[in-house]
Design a protein around this ligand. Structure first.
Ligand code: MN
Length: 248
Protein backbone atom coordinates (compact mmCIF):
# COMPACT_ATOMS: atom_id res chain seq x y z
CA UNK A 1 0.00 0.00 0.00
CA UNK A 2 1.41 3.35 -1.07
CA UNK A 3 1.09 6.06 1.61
CA UNK A 4 3.26 9.13 1.10
CA UNK A 5 4.04 12.37 2.93
CA UNK A 6 6.08 15.56 2.83
CA UNK A 7 6.43 18.41 5.30
CA UNK A 8 8.43 21.61 5.09
CA UNK A 9 9.03 24.68 7.23
CA UNK A 10 8.29 26.92 4.22
CA UNK A 11 10.13 30.11 3.27
CA UNK A 12 9.13 32.46 6.09
CA UNK A 13 8.78 30.61 9.39
CA UNK A 14 11.65 29.66 11.69
CA UNK A 15 10.16 26.37 12.92
CA UNK A 16 7.78 23.70 11.65
CA UNK A 17 4.71 23.36 13.89
CA UNK A 18 2.99 20.90 11.57
CA UNK A 19 3.01 17.18 12.35
CA UNK A 20 1.75 14.17 10.40
CA UNK A 21 1.19 10.40 10.49
CA UNK A 22 1.28 7.86 7.68
CA UNK A 23 1.00 4.29 8.87
CA UNK A 24 -0.23 1.07 7.32
CA UNK A 25 -2.54 -0.60 9.86
CA UNK A 26 -3.18 -4.13 8.63
CA UNK A 27 -0.57 -5.41 6.27
CA UNK A 28 -2.05 -6.36 2.92
CA UNK A 29 -5.65 -5.49 3.87
CA UNK A 30 -5.77 -1.92 2.55
CA UNK A 31 -6.01 -0.28 5.97
CA UNK A 32 -4.00 2.80 6.91
CA UNK A 33 -3.93 5.77 9.25
CA UNK A 34 -3.16 9.21 7.83
CA UNK A 35 -3.18 12.50 9.72
CA UNK A 36 -2.02 16.10 9.61
CA UNK A 37 -1.94 18.53 12.55
CA UNK A 38 -1.09 22.23 12.44
CA UNK A 39 0.00 23.53 15.83
CA UNK A 40 -0.35 27.06 17.14
CA UNK A 41 1.14 28.78 20.18
CA UNK A 42 4.23 30.82 21.00
CA UNK A 43 7.74 29.63 21.88
CA UNK A 44 7.46 26.30 20.05
CA UNK A 45 4.32 25.36 22.02
CA UNK A 46 2.51 24.82 18.72
CA UNK A 47 5.02 22.11 17.91
CA UNK A 48 4.27 20.46 21.25
CA UNK A 49 0.51 20.59 20.63
CA UNK A 50 0.63 19.09 17.13
CA UNK A 51 3.11 16.34 18.04
CA UNK A 52 1.14 15.47 21.19
CA UNK A 53 -2.06 15.23 19.12
CA UNK A 54 -0.61 12.86 16.52
CA UNK A 55 1.12 10.78 19.22
CA UNK A 56 -2.11 10.30 21.21
CA UNK A 57 -4.02 9.62 17.98
CA UNK A 58 -1.54 6.92 16.95
CA UNK A 59 -1.60 5.27 20.39
CA UNK A 60 -5.40 5.22 20.55
CA UNK A 61 -5.79 3.91 17.02
CA UNK A 62 -3.14 1.22 17.59
CA UNK A 63 -4.95 0.05 20.74
CA UNK A 64 -8.45 0.01 19.24
CA UNK A 65 -8.16 -0.78 15.54
CA UNK A 66 -8.12 -4.60 15.66
CA UNK A 67 -11.78 -4.50 16.85
CA UNK A 68 -12.95 -2.29 13.96
CA UNK A 69 -14.90 -4.01 11.20
CA UNK A 70 -15.14 -1.03 8.86
CA UNK A 71 -15.39 2.73 8.43
CA UNK A 72 -18.20 3.31 10.97
CA UNK A 73 -16.25 1.69 13.82
CA UNK A 74 -13.14 3.56 12.73
CA UNK A 75 -15.01 6.90 12.78
CA UNK A 76 -16.20 6.29 16.35
CA UNK A 77 -12.66 5.29 17.36
CA UNK A 78 -11.17 8.33 15.64
CA UNK A 79 -13.56 10.63 17.51
CA UNK A 80 -12.52 9.05 20.83
CA UNK A 81 -8.86 9.46 19.85
CA UNK A 82 -9.39 13.15 18.97
CA UNK A 83 -11.14 13.77 22.30
CA UNK A 84 -8.24 12.04 24.09
CA UNK A 85 -5.79 14.26 22.20
CA UNK A 86 -7.76 17.36 23.22
CA UNK A 87 -7.71 16.21 26.87
CA UNK A 88 -3.97 15.50 26.64
CA UNK A 89 -3.23 18.99 25.31
CA UNK A 90 -5.39 20.62 28.02
CA UNK A 91 -3.56 18.58 30.68
CA UNK A 92 -0.19 19.69 29.29
CA UNK A 93 -1.34 23.33 29.37
CA UNK A 94 -2.29 22.98 33.01
CA UNK A 95 1.01 21.29 33.88
CA UNK A 96 3.23 23.90 32.20
CA UNK A 97 2.50 27.67 31.97
CA UNK A 98 4.67 27.88 28.82
CA UNK A 99 2.02 25.77 27.08
CA UNK A 100 -0.92 28.07 27.91
CA UNK A 101 -2.89 28.88 24.78
CA UNK A 102 -1.36 26.19 22.59
CA UNK A 103 -3.61 24.24 20.27
CA UNK A 104 -3.68 22.31 17.04
CA UNK A 105 -5.84 21.37 14.12
CA UNK A 106 -6.29 17.68 13.45
CA UNK A 107 -7.49 16.03 10.26
CA UNK A 108 -7.12 12.26 10.37
CA UNK A 109 -8.36 9.42 8.20
CA UNK A 110 -8.52 5.69 8.61
CA UNK A 111 -8.61 4.01 5.24
CA UNK A 112 -10.56 0.78 5.65
CA UNK A 113 -10.60 -0.86 2.21
CA UNK A 114 -13.44 0.80 0.27
CA UNK A 115 -14.24 3.25 3.08
CA UNK A 116 -12.47 6.27 4.51
CA UNK A 117 -13.34 7.34 8.07
CA UNK A 118 -12.42 10.93 8.85
CA UNK A 119 -12.15 12.97 12.04
CA UNK A 120 -11.56 16.69 11.79
CA UNK A 121 -11.23 19.90 13.75
CA UNK A 122 -9.69 23.18 12.58
CA UNK A 123 -8.72 24.30 9.09
CA UNK A 124 -6.55 21.51 7.76
CA UNK A 125 -8.27 19.61 4.96
CA UNK A 126 -9.07 16.25 3.42
CA UNK A 127 -9.71 15.90 -0.32
CA UNK A 128 -10.78 13.01 -2.51
CA UNK A 129 -9.55 13.15 -6.10
CA UNK A 130 -11.54 10.87 -8.40
CA UNK A 131 -9.88 8.74 -11.03
CA UNK A 132 -11.53 10.96 -13.65
CA UNK A 133 -9.88 14.07 -12.15
CA UNK A 134 -12.71 15.72 -10.18
CA UNK A 135 -11.94 16.77 -6.61
CA UNK A 136 -14.11 17.12 -3.51
CA UNK A 137 -13.27 18.53 -0.12
CA UNK A 138 -14.30 16.03 2.56
CA UNK A 139 -13.93 18.46 5.48
CA UNK A 140 -15.28 21.90 6.39
CA UNK A 141 -12.83 24.56 7.55
CA UNK A 142 -13.57 25.50 11.14
CA UNK A 143 -12.66 29.13 10.60
CA UNK A 144 -14.40 32.48 10.31
CA UNK A 145 -13.49 32.63 6.62
CA UNK A 146 -14.67 29.02 6.08
CA UNK A 147 -18.09 29.96 7.42
CA UNK A 148 -18.25 32.93 5.04
CA UNK A 149 -17.42 30.62 2.10
CA UNK A 150 -20.15 28.15 3.12
CA UNK A 151 -22.62 31.05 3.43
CA UNK A 152 -21.76 32.05 -0.15
CA UNK A 153 -20.27 35.38 0.93
CA UNK A 154 -16.69 34.63 -0.15
CA UNK A 155 -15.28 32.56 -3.02
CA UNK A 156 -12.58 29.94 -2.45
CA UNK A 157 -10.13 32.31 -4.15
CA UNK A 158 -11.11 35.28 -1.93
CA UNK A 159 -10.79 33.10 1.18
CA UNK A 160 -7.22 32.19 0.25
CA UNK A 161 -6.15 35.83 0.49
CA UNK A 162 -8.46 36.99 3.30
CA UNK A 163 -6.60 38.82 6.11
CA UNK A 164 -8.56 36.88 8.75
CA UNK A 165 -8.06 33.45 7.22
CA UNK A 166 -6.11 32.26 10.30
CA UNK A 167 -8.97 32.82 12.77
CA UNK A 168 -10.12 29.32 13.79
CA UNK A 169 -13.49 28.54 15.34
CA UNK A 170 -12.34 25.15 16.67
CA UNK A 171 -9.04 23.45 17.52
CA UNK A 172 -7.79 20.80 19.94
CA UNK A 173 -6.64 22.49 23.16
CA UNK A 174 -8.78 25.58 22.54
CA UNK A 175 -10.98 26.87 25.37
CA UNK A 176 -14.70 26.33 25.04
CA UNK A 177 -16.47 23.62 23.09
CA UNK A 178 -14.38 21.87 20.46
CA UNK A 179 -16.17 20.90 17.25
CA UNK A 180 -15.09 17.44 16.15
CA UNK A 181 -16.60 16.34 12.82
CA UNK A 182 -16.61 12.73 11.72
CA UNK A 183 -17.76 11.16 8.47
CA UNK A 184 -17.40 8.00 6.49
CA UNK A 185 -16.78 8.46 2.78
CA UNK A 186 -16.38 5.81 0.12
CA UNK A 187 -13.78 5.80 -2.58
CA UNK A 188 -13.24 3.84 -5.75
CA UNK A 189 -10.18 2.04 -7.09
CA UNK A 190 -7.84 4.72 -8.46
CA UNK A 191 -9.18 7.52 -6.24
CA UNK A 192 -6.60 9.50 -4.29
CA UNK A 193 -6.99 10.79 -0.72
CA UNK A 194 -5.03 13.91 0.21
CA UNK A 195 -4.75 15.55 3.64
CA UNK A 196 -2.99 18.91 3.95
CA UNK A 197 -2.45 21.86 6.23
CA UNK A 198 -3.45 25.43 5.39
CA UNK A 199 0.12 26.21 4.29
CA UNK A 200 -0.84 24.37 1.09
CA UNK A 201 -4.55 25.20 0.92
CA UNK A 202 -3.94 28.97 1.13
CA UNK A 203 -1.62 28.89 -1.89
CA UNK A 204 -2.87 26.09 -4.12
CA UNK A 205 -6.47 25.76 -5.34
CA UNK A 206 -8.46 22.53 -5.31
CA UNK A 207 -8.34 22.45 -9.10
CA UNK A 208 -4.54 22.71 -9.04
CA UNK A 209 -4.42 19.98 -6.41
CA UNK A 210 -6.46 17.68 -8.65
CA UNK A 211 -4.22 18.45 -11.60
CA UNK A 212 -1.07 17.66 -9.58
CA UNK A 213 -2.64 14.42 -8.30
CA UNK A 214 -3.27 13.24 -11.88
CA UNK A 215 0.16 14.25 -13.16
CA UNK A 216 2.03 11.31 -14.74
CA UNK A 217 4.88 11.96 -12.27
CA UNK A 218 2.84 9.74 -9.93
CA UNK A 219 1.70 9.57 -6.33
CA UNK A 220 5.18 8.89 -4.90
CA UNK A 221 6.27 12.42 -5.66
CA UNK A 222 2.90 14.18 -5.16
CA UNK A 223 3.47 15.53 -1.60
CA UNK A 224 6.95 16.84 -2.51
CA UNK A 225 5.63 18.46 -5.72
CA UNK A 226 2.84 20.21 -3.81
CA UNK A 227 5.22 21.44 -1.10
CA UNK A 228 7.47 22.83 -3.83
CA UNK A 229 4.50 24.59 -5.44
CA UNK A 230 3.54 26.25 -2.13
CA UNK A 231 7.15 27.34 -1.58
CA UNK A 232 7.42 28.72 -5.13
CA UNK A 233 4.39 30.89 -4.32
CA UNK A 234 5.93 32.35 -1.18
CA UNK A 235 5.90 29.50 1.32
CA UNK A 236 4.34 31.79 3.94
CA UNK A 237 3.55 28.94 6.32
CA UNK A 238 4.62 25.42 7.20
CA UNK A 239 3.33 22.98 4.56
CA UNK A 240 2.36 19.36 5.08
CA UNK A 241 0.79 16.93 2.61
CA UNK A 242 -0.02 13.23 3.03
CA UNK A 243 -1.68 11.07 0.40
CA UNK A 244 -2.66 7.57 -0.57
CA UNK A 245 -4.49 5.83 -3.41
CA UNK A 246 -7.02 3.00 -3.40
CA UNK A 247 -5.23 0.22 -5.25
CA UNK A 248 -7.87 -2.52 -5.21
MN1 MN B 1 -0.60 26.46 9.06
Amino acid sequence: MLVVAATDVGRMRSGNQDAYVVEELRSGEGWALLAVADGMGGHAAGEVASSLAVQILQERVAAAQSAWTGGSDAAVGLREAALAAHAGIVAAQQANPAYAGMGTTLTAAVVAGPEVAIVHTGDSRAYRVRKGGSIEMLTEDHSVVGELVRAGRLTEEQAMHHPQRNLLTSALGAPGPVRIDTRVATWDVGDILILCTDGLANLVTAAELAEAARDPAGLDTLPARLVELANDRGGYDNVTVVATVRER
